[in-house]
Design a protein around this ligand. Structure first.
Ligand code: AMP
Length: 559
């Protein structure tokens, strides 16, 4: 592959499990097993002296060394206050995630005998700017060239869209993973995959189902032993119960009951969990996913999408039979269970493959037309508008087919257009006519990106010297919202010249790119003074801390 351009691997960096895929010589997406010969690797990191252990061993070690093991780090991505302390060193979520990525890459390298350099990493659709940037930084710390961060449901839809016929259709991707729930409507056309709407909850996932079993185990323990002590306060017992609960939950997807034992303080209590009881304990969690789905469908209606053709289920937690039944009952469609653990990594790999073929096409076109590679940045549009001559394109595609051994149709379909929506709204703090401080949203959630929106705001007083621009992120769909409903993600200060009148227009522009990066400019119109903000926020590791993390990641051994 090296000769024909870089292979780009697809990585599903999951809350509970992660996996990596590539495209084999037949153009098929394949999951690469890890060193333990498993297709998914627990996203668990164990700091063990001078080395870092990731995966099954780390997960098992959580019982013995609960304070040295980090799980669910994805929930802390982009979270400014999260640090894990080990041996007097602080580790941010990006760096811990980088160890997971390194483990996947090392095992893949071992398996394929080829270096992993370029990757596409997935993240939940509703990840905001900080979380996406943190995901990218995790990849950089691990030493990768991160080609793109794409949404998990988009990746699933890509995997799905390429496997089926060429018909266009609207699908709902219901993704219930270990720690997150996403529901996304996607419009799949022959050559494009467009996110219509997305919703979900980043604190709802399989772990919550486990927790319900744990709570039940505590109750049963107390009942049996007649002791009222909170056994979860003991970290060993707590870890042990969490692992048993997850195991029991998985068994419950196959069987109608399973024994679980709780061991604490030398005492052992045996419980039998029945599926009916389990479903009763977790019914409200299932309902929450249905409510989020309905909210998302209402938002889709506003964009003119009144129906969908299919529901596909991804994420390990959709294996629970009552999830499938409840969805069928609610929407009168039998959902398709589609590679729930593997679709995302495979879709990311397919996308990476298309990027790499696209690189090849551009390279060939540049050589043929003696232009620079940069001039072909919008290749698909250039072909549509015949800025690239059809015969030149054909020749380039044939050359790439000869280089790679892939078929001509595969090369020609490399220019898959992926359109996305923003999962958050972005605005600034301003005063409304009643002089109340509110957030005025310039970009509303579920708007197709890239998007650029401009609006004039006005200075409050005469001779105002500065304008403080508070950039706010929220999950609402309304233009004006109370400040409490948004979070501040960055501030910028525009200095004004002296002696300006009140009510001077300040033109604020928000531009959001496909990957969720926000670029903001504020322009004072009288003398064209301008501030520019690119959101690389403080919540994400950067500067010296980033360099240190990169160096540390190289000097540490990952198993
Ligand atoms: P993901 O993040 O998509 O890998 O999903 C992982 C979640 O799926 C974890 O909470 C697992 O416990 C859960 N899971 C995996 N297999 C099953 C199963 N057979 N039944 C129920 N939950 C499962």
């Amino acid at each position: 592959m090296e000769k024909h351009g870089k292979r780009i691997f697809g990585i599903d960096l999951g809350t509970t499990y992660s996996s990596v895929a590539y495209i084999d010589e037949f153009g098929k997406a394949v999951i690469i097993p890890n060193a333990e010969n498993e297709r998914v690797t627990p996203s668990v990191v164990f700091f063990d002296g001078d080395s870092v252990v990731v995966g099954d061993v780390a997960k098992e070690s959580s019982k013995l060394y609960p304070n040295e093991v980090v799980s669910f780090v994805k929930r802390a991505m982009g979270e400014p206050n999260f640090v894990f302390e080990y041996n007097n060193e602080d580790y941010r979520a990006e760096e811990i995630s980088a160890y997971i990525l390194k483990k996947l890459a090392q095992d893949a390298e071992q398996y394929l005998g080829e270096k992993v350099t370029d990757v596409v990493i997935t993240c939940p659709a509703y990840f905001g700017i900080n979380e996406r940037e943190a995901t990218r930084k995790a990849g950089e710390i691990a030493g990768f060239n991160v080609r793109q961060i794409i949404n998990e449901p988009t990746a699933a839809a890509i995997a799905y869209g390429t496997l089926d016929t060429q018909d266009s259709r609207v699908v709902l991707v219901y993704d219930l993973g270990g720690g997150t729930f996403d529901v996304t409507m996607i419009d799949i056309q022959k050559d494009s995959v467009e996110v219509v709407c997305t919703g979900g909850d980043h604190n709802l996932g399989g772990k919550d189902w486990d927790d319900r079993i744990v709570a039940y185990m505590v109750d049963k323990y107390q009942e049996e032993t007649q002791r009222n002590e909170d056994i979860l306060e003991d970290p060993d017992t707590c870890q042990d119960m969490q692992l048993s609960a997850e195991k029991a939950k998985k068994i419950m997807s196959q069987r109608t009951k399973t024994p679980i034992s709780v061991t604490h303080g030398g005492e052992r209590v045996k419980i039998v969990l029945e599926r009916e009881k389990f479903e009763e304990l977790t019914a409200d969690l299932v309902e929450r996913t249905i409510d989020f789905t309905k909210d998302m469908l209402n938002a889709a209606k506003e964009k003119g999408y009144h129906h969908f053709d299919e529901i596909i289920l991804v994420g390990g937690s959709t294996r629970m039979p009552n999830i499938q039944e409840r969805i069928k009952q609610e929407f009168s469609i039998t959902p398709k269970v589609f590679d729930p653990d593997e679709a995302i990594a495979k879709g990311a790999a397919i996308y990476g493959w298309k990027l790499s073929l696209n690189d090849g096409l551009i390279q060939r076109l540049a050589e043929k037309t003696k232009k620079s590679v940069e001039e072909f940045a919008n290749l698909s549009e250039m072909i549509e508008t015949e800025q690239v001559k059809p015969e030149d394109f054909k020749a380039a595609a044939q050359a790439v087919a000869d280089d790679t051994g892939y078929t001509l149709p595969a090369i020609q379909s490399a220019m898959l257009k992926v359109k996305n929506v923003t999962s958050k709204s972005f605005g600034v703090v301003a005063h409304n006519p009643k002089n109340e401080e509110i957030v005025f949203n310039l970009v509303l959630r579920n708007t197709t990106v890239p998007i650029s929106r401009q609006k004039n705001f006005y200075t409050a007083v005469e001779n105002q010297q500065t304008v403080l621009i508070r950039i706010m992120e929220s999950e609402t769909s309304q233009v004006e919202i109370p400040i409490e409903h948004a979070v501040e993600i960055k501030t910028a200060v525009l200095n004004l010249p002296p002696h300006l009148p009140a009510d001077l227009p300040i033109e604020i522009t928000f531009s959001l790119n496909e990957e969720g990066r926000l670029h903001i400019t504020a322009l004072e119109t009288s003398q064209s003074r301008q501030v520019e903000v690119v959101l690389d926020t403080a919540s994400v590791i950067q500067g010296e801390a980033l360099e240190k993390a990169k160096a540390r990641s190289q000097s540490l051994v990952v198993h």
